[in-house]
Write a protein that binds this ligand. Structure first.
Ligand code: NAD
Length: 362
């Protein structure tokens, strides 16, 4: 492996700890600097990880930073990405690619013009859970895929997140927040989406923060919090989706994929691993051993995957995939409001399968 890619993180809130932990075991990347609007927080994280704390402007201009890892809230994703691209940096951001599709397109267009790379979460789909399921589909273990179901039902993130405001404004909601895991997994398993129909509801105008210093504070809700729909994949397979912040509990599988000769239970796409179960026609449920994907992966493996992919080659957690996923989700919300089927204009390649291995580049 060559020199590690030097990473500058903008936004070191709740999720940053998972990236920082993964970077310590990945040779392909090296933490150079961090920045946050909360400068004391940036300094604390920098000191704990032997990196430099900078202002956002200084980090974006820093010659040592090769890639800006954008872990800010969705409303800031496009602005930070565009500023990083203007500074000539590669960018990799948390999901969604942007809070709105027009902004996401602007990011991809600017990156193309500047000749820099755009990566985007989720990279959970590169772990052994989704990759083993994908290999089962590709190896024909369920025959021709016909349909999938995807269910994410929970009471809402305000119960545990200390600053949950962003989950209830555009760019959030159960679909834009959790949908990227599910739709990216469905595209990985069944290929890109051609059109969508949907229905959605906005059940409450406010939520109450359940933990942290702001516990008890009421926050506004301006998005749909129960979203359902059907995605018609280009292959003809149909995926039925339910994403809800309005449910107390569920026993539905996160994802099931059904083919002409078998059914698969796919583990939680918000996790990297988990049990894949197959029921072949005429047989019984059996657990498939991990057969593909990065073993023991965590958030940040998608950055390392980009870092170890030669320039000009397609890396897996890429902006075109994230854009297609975002367009599919925004089309679903439009379909729900307009009561009509909506064509998804973009498409993308299914990212390359990940052979079973410990880390990108090995
Ligand atoms: N919390 C989770 O469990 C989780 C899981 C997966 C993905 N994500 C995604 O990660 C992203 C961040 O989520 P989080 O939970 O860490 O949020 P957070 O609010 O805990 O942290 C965001 C951080 O970004 C900083 N920030 C915001 N705007 C900024 C700007 N313009 N410039 C510099 N810093 C800025 C904030 O000060 C804060 O420290 C979101 O896109 C979210 O969807 C979160």
């Amino acid at each position: 492996m060559g020199q590690p890619l030097n990473i500058g993180i903008v936004g070191v809130g709740a999720i940053s700890g998972q990236y920082l932990a993964a970077f310590e075991r990945l040779d392909a990347v090296r933490l150079a600097a961090v920045a946050d609007l909360d400068e004391a927080r940036a300094k604390e994280v920098a000191d704990a990880h032997g990196a430099r704390a900078l202002t956002v402007d200084a980090l974006l201009a820093d010659p040592e930073v090769d890639l800006v890892l954008n872990l800010t809230i969705p409303a800031a994703h496009a602005d930070i990405a565009l500023r990083a691209i203007a500074a000539g940096k590669d960018v990799y951001g948390e999901k969604p690619l942007a809070a709105d599709l027009g902004d996401a397109k602007a990011v991809l267009d600017a990156a193309r013009e500047a000749g820099v790379r755009v990566g985007c979460a989720p990279d959970t789909v590169l772990g052994t859970g989704i990759q083993t399921a994908r290999k089962a589909v590709d190896d024909g273990l369920i025959g021709a895929p016909v349909a999938a179901t995807a269910s994410m039902l929970c009471p809402g993130h305000e119960r545990w997140h200390p600053n949950p405001d962003f989950y209830y404004v555009p760019g959030g909601g159960p679909l834009l927040d959790m949908g990227p895991y599910y739709v990216t997994a469905l595209v990985t398993l069944l290929g890109p989406v051609a059109s969508v129909v949907g229905a959605a509801s906005h059940t409450r105008d406010t939520r109450v923060i359940g933990s942290g210093p702001r516990a008890g504070e009421t926050i506004p809700v301006s998005v749909d919090t129960h979203v359902t729909g059907v995605l018609r994949h280009e292959s003809g397979a149909l995926s039925t989706l339910v994403m809800s912040f309005d449910s107390v509990a569920t026993r539905a599988s996160n994802i099931e994929v059904h083919g002409q000769t078998g059914s698969l239970i796919v583990p939680d796409p918000n996790h990297f691993d988990g049990e894949v179960r197959l029921h072949a026609l005429g047989g019984e449920w059996e657990t498939l051993p991990p057969s593909a994907g990065y073993r023991g992966a965590g958030r940040g493996y998608g950055v390392a995957d980009l870092a170890t992919t030669p320039p000009g080659q397609p890396f897996r957690a890429n902006g075109d995939l994230a854009y297609h996923v975002l367009e599919t989700m925004t089309a679903l919300l439009r379909a729900a409001h307009e009561g009509t089927a909506i064509t998804v204009e973009s498409t993308c390649a299914r990212p390359a399968a990940v052979p079973l291995q410990d880390a990108p580049g090995e």
